[in-house]
Design a binder for this molecule. Sequence first.
Ligand SMILES: NC(=O)c1ccc[n+]([C@@H]2O[C@H](COP(=O)([O-])OP(=O)(O)OC[C@H]3O[C@@H](n4cnc5c(N)ncnc54)[C@H](OP(=O)(O)O)[C@@H]3O)[C@@H](O)[C@H]2O)c1
Length: 447
Amino acid sequence: MAAAGDRKYDIVCVGATGYTGRLTAEYITRYLPTDIKWAVAGRNHQKLLDLVRHLKSFEVDRPNPAVEVINFEDDASLAELAGKSRLSIAVAGPYAQCGSGVFKACAENGTHYVDCNGETPWLRDMIAKYDSTAKQTGSIMLPSSGIASTPAALLTHLLVHYTLTAHSLPTSSVLLSVRALRGQPSGGTVATILDLMSRYGVVELTAASATFALAPRKPSKRRTGAAPGALNAAGFARVRGLWGAGEGGPADEEAVLIKAKGEDHDKAVVERAWGIYAEAAESQAPGGTGQFASYGENFAFAMRAHVPSVGSALVQFWGYVAFILALLLPPVRWAVGKYWFAPGEGLDEKGREGNLVEYVAMAHADRTGEMEDAGKEKTTRGRMRFNGDVYWLTGLFLAEAAMIVLRERDTDAHRIGGGVLTPAFLGERFAERLKKAGVEIEVEDVE
Ligand SMILES: NC(=O)c1ccc[n+]([C@@H]2O[C@H](COP(=O)([O-])OP(=O)(O)OC[C@H]3O[C@@H](n4cnc5c(N)ncnc54)[C@H](OP(=O)(O)O)[C@@H]3O)[C@@H](O)[C@H]2O)c1
């Protein structure tokens, strides 16, 4: 196996022929440094050649990516590709169907890895099988670095970090909410949801999204903090401090929130970061000023979505519950698969125009045990917004995360040195790069 520095490519985009893969390849072509050596990989040679032809149309002064045809069923073919590259961006999915071999090959060959999976049971399986291998080979693995779960993981991390550095306090809760979202799921996303529902039973799906299911350890103490944004029996919460549902308006306007569609996966990813930081902080020399700090032993996270009114909360929440239950029925899955975009398709460039996404979040410091000022709130607020489509944003996240892994040294991911991590471990560096790429990110104290 070639040493990481001597490999033929810096980046291989695996599954580049899909909807998200094509956008990721376009982002790399247009915005990554021209000295990046890279390849597009997939199972279909002709589609890869068509993609390279499409990328040429941007007329960027850079060499074309190389083309690598791989057999996803053959471990040797995947290992050979992983051994040629310093990092893989894996965008072939459903991941439970065709992602495991790529994940394994990267872990075993010390190849860094970034993906955009939102499949919690699959990710749980990958962590169980390959986390220790990746730690040994020094492969920095960042699954779920797309729209699931970069905003949740990164915004939470920035708020926790702010609370720690500005107030010297751990965090007791982070409540994140999707304040605005305009866009449509791709055919590949819908195929993945259908695959998830038919591949795993209710028991497995529930177990994978149980609290702290992806974390290497659970909180040692009984958590005292109230669950942030707790939903009432009708499925909604009223919260102040996270702006209202409309554009503009003051931050302390009341918002009506429901459970966010991606909550279970994003929460599991955030809690994994909590667990890895807690373990890293514990393993430092006692009494020393270590480089890792725990989020806080009482930490709790919830993810909600803004809705305009209580009426729409009831319709949307119960409508979503009914839809998910209906997806357990094979005829419903068949109908959804037949009438939505097919795999490989999604909104075209015109259809993506005007799309946007905005996340807002609020963190409370943990003042448990403080004598002075105990009971007084210390709150921090954050916001991440992108005026563009979430699939383009996913490609942007993946490519920028890859650049940090390859070109930076001073992130917690590099200090930890390998293993299955989360986008949180790219921390401030990731936020800086995203801001330069047009993502609005703000963190502020609440007076
Ligand atoms: N949560 C997030 O942040 C997020 C965002 C975007 C996408 N995703 C996930 O990313 C994945 C891709 O999404 P997409 O919209 O790009 O889907 P897509 O357009 O259907 O593309 C799927 C890609 O995977 C390849 N592929 C599919 N089945 C395969 C198999 N059995 N063996 C080898 N290759 C296979 C396809 O190759 P061919 O072109 O040869 O068919 C294509 O390159 C999905 O799992 C989706 O859920 C997640």
